[in-house]
Design a protein around this ligand. Structure first.
Ligand SMILES: [Fe+2]
Length: 352
């Protein structure tokens, strides 16, 4: 193993130690084979030195390591957002969708062209890969709710997973900026949709998949970018990915200044249905994705603390909560249940 300055690196060298971002996340895992693109990215991110293998060390396949991680994370997200306790035919529905989505994820993970892009997504910034995985899973659940065939689900899932790949071309300082972008920076940032389309076509992806990168910032009422398409002129894959993209951004507090709670993000989607988003997609989204996974510990506006014990399909953002602690944090001897879909004045203020 030897330590080199980033400007001494050459393509095909293998990282002997993982490279971390300022916030402590793994940017590039140990074993990664460097490419000209990755070296450029390390320079842009002002990483000073890295350790690379010398002739005597055996490289591991970074794509395989990362693909396994992505697969595990996708299944974990899937398990938390599909309401698992729906009764009767609804339960069968949920199980069927879970299996269909899990099978589609497995098929996507076997697609070589996709896992080659995981490394790029991982090095864009701290959040892009995690965000992409979530958007992929949420989009697939919506696609399954809209009764897409397995083939269409597969294409939708890939489009969702790589929708932000064009951010590769955006300088890290613009991606990291939390204040308003200048008009010039906005133009550079917005160009990621065209760049994404170009990259995906160059990698041999079909037009319907590449179009998701191009149209994921369009809006139903024509107020999006870059082509200002409206309504049905935006393809259904992009309309689904737009909704999942905004939902996850709201919860992560990335693009929007304030961080939303899941039920607030759901309410935002409801409110923006037929305005920013296709209302049919919003309905499929809010009725098949659970804002609060079963077992979540939540604080209510009354100050009480409880556990989410049931999720109604028709009112997923307002679950049934079993109150275990009173507002003074005293454990209740006899926990009681409260149905938030009926108690409209009480709401969740925090996930604990
Ligand atoms: Fe984007």
């Amino acid at each position: 193993m030897k330590q080199l300055k980033v400007d001494q690196l050459e393509p095909d060298m293998i990282l002997a130690e993982s490279v971390y971002s300022a916030s402590g996340k793994v940017l590039l895992a140990e074993g990664t084979k460097l490419t000209p693109d990755l070296i450029k990215r390390l320079m842009e991110m002002q990483v000073p030195r890295v350790c690379v293998n010398d002739e005597n060390t055996i490289p591991i396949d970074p794509n395989e390591v990362l693909t396994n991680r992505v697969h595990t994370q996708a299944l974990r997200i899937l398990g938390t957002v599909i309401p698992a306790d729906l009764c009767g035919s609804r339960l069968e529905d949920a199980q069927f969708r879970y299996e269909l989505v899990a099978e589609t994820i497995a098929k996507i993970m076997e697609t070589k062209e996709v896992h080659e892009l995981f490394l790029d997504l991982r090095t864009i910034d701290d959040d892009t890969l995690d965000h992409s995985i979530t958007v992929c899973v949420l989009s697939l659940i919506v696609g399954a709710a809209l009764k897409f065939t397995p083939d269409r689900l597969y294409m939708l899932g890939i489009g969702a997973m790589v929708h932000d790949i064009g951010k590769k071309a955006v300088p890290p300082e613009i991606l990291a900026k939390r204040e308003d972008l200048t008009p010039q920076e906005t133009e550079i940032f917005q160009a990621h949709v065209k760049e994404g389309y170009r990259i995906l076509r160059e990698h041999g992806f079909d037009v319907p998949i590449a179009k998701v990168a191009l149209y994921h910032h369009e809006r139903w009422n024509g107020s999006g970018y870059v082509n200002r398409l409206a309504g049905d002129n935006i393809d259904i894959f992009s309309r689904i990915v737009q909704t999942a993209d905004v939902y996850d951004d709201l919860i992560r507090g990335l693009t929007y200044k304030q961080k939303y709670l899941p039920h607030e993000a759901m309410e935002y989607l409801y409110g923006a249905g037929n305005f920013y988003f296709d209302v049919r997609v919003v309905k499929a989204f809010t009725s098949s994705i659970s804002a609060y996974p079963l077992g979540s510990l939540v604080k209510l506006s009354t100050g009480e603390i409880g556990v989410v014990v049931n999720v109604q399909k028709t009112s997923a953002p307002r679950p049934i909560v079993k109150i275990c602690y009173d507002k003074n944090n005293n454990r209740l001897d006899y926990p009681r249940q409260i149905d938030l879909s009926e108690e409209k004045t009480i709401f969740i203020t925090k996930i604990l």
